[in-house]
Design a protein around this ligand. Structure first.
Ligand code: GLY
Length: 329
């Protein structure tokens, strides 16, 4: 197959239709040498450092790449101080914590996800079991809860005194913003993209979603291809921010599709955000940041604007680092 001319391809991305044409031709050969010599972990936000640390321990003790992603994300889900993920995550408008998560194995090309999961603090682990124990991909609400109980997950109250207080403050505010009209500004998600340095990819993400969301709302984090995607033939991606916005662009699979056509992870991250703005200029103000990595361990990331500037954590060659990403608008 003819290699894709990158400049021509990027030009072709000025039309939104290009993203829909997901035929994924073979990726153009890279001119750069592999920068990967083993496990590489790329994770959103500063809490990604703890997640990466745990993930690297799991992998180095013989766990699979998928085990590493799952157990790494568990660290953030378990932390009550992080009010956007797992235990201690802010609840929906009725004061109920509803969790969403997805995990994808790029080798089997197989994802599992749960949405609107109540009372189980580790939705990424339930999502993992959807892969391992079922032929399904997504379980929701009561069904996801009963599935988790059947597998031995322990139900618990996910509100903490701090998150309950925040919900009560919101509820008591007569001028509170709701999602019926204009969204309050809050976020967010842990997303992790991993490679073993041998061409295998895995990715996962987990969130309590937007604080005080309308009960039943589901967004990118549990929707395969939106909040997370992984494919050994190309790479993986994850998104953080306004999951409603991200869902409308199938953000993660769109990034991987751009990479499949020859773009670097950095080019692909920037391209999808620019595409969002080309199709609707209001998206310039959106809370939106993305990460991506190809199967050679090359990484990219981008934030839409400085109001939601991504900090991301990288684990590579035994070293853990926190970086701030580029802002496009
Ligand atoms: N990105 C998380 C959410 O909007 O639910």
């Amino acid at each position: 197959m003819e290699p894709v001319d990158r400049r021509e391809f990027m030009k072709s991305m000025t039309g939104g239709a290009a993203l829909a044409a997901a035929s994924l031709p073979a990726r153009a050969a890279s001119t750069s040498e592999s920068s990967s010599s083993g496990l590489v972990l790329l994770t959103t936000w500063e809490w990604g450092q703890n997640a990466n640390e745990r993930a690297s321990q799991v992998f180095q003790s013989g766990g699979s790449l998928l085990d590493a992603v799952e157990k790494g994300i568990n660290v953030v889900e378990d932390d009550p101080k992080i009010m956007t993920v797992g235990y201690g995550g802010l609840p929906n408008a009725d004061g109920v914590v509803e969790l969403d998560a997805a995990i994808m194995d790029g080798t089997r090309h197989r994802a599992g996800s749960v949405c609107n999961l109540h009372m189980i603090k580790n939705p990424i682990s339930v999502a993992r079991q959807v892969i391992e124990k079922t032929s399904h991909t997504t379980l929701a609400g009561e069904g996801a809860f009963l599935f988790a109980l059947k597998l031995g997950f322990q139900p618990q109250q996910l509100l903490t005194p701090a998150s309950l207080q925040k919900w009560m403050d919101w509820k008591a505010d007569p001028h509170r913003q709701t999602f019926w009209l204009k969204s309050p500004a809050n976020h967010d998600t842990i997303g992790m993209v991993a490679t073993d340095g041998k061409g295998h990819m895995a990715a996962g993400c987990s969130t309590s979603g937007l604080a005080f969301k309308i009960p039943g709302r589901v967004a990118d984090s549990s929707l395969v291809g939106c909040g997370v995607y992984a494919d050994d033939n190309v790479g993986g991606a994850s998104a953080t921010g306004d999951g409603d916005l991200m869902t409308n662009y199938c953000t993660s699979v769109s990034i991987v599709s751009v990479m499949a056509r020859g773009a670097s992870p950095q080019e692909a991250c920037e391209e999808i955000l620019r595409h969002m703005v080309r199709t609707d200029a209001k998206n310039r103000e959106g809370q939106c940041a993305v990460i991506a990595m190809n199967d050679r361990g090359e990484m990219g990331n981008a934030s839409m604007n400085a109001g939601f500037r991504l900090r991301y954590s990288v684990w590579q060659n035994g070293t853990s680092e926190l970086h701030e990403g580029p802002v496009l608008y």
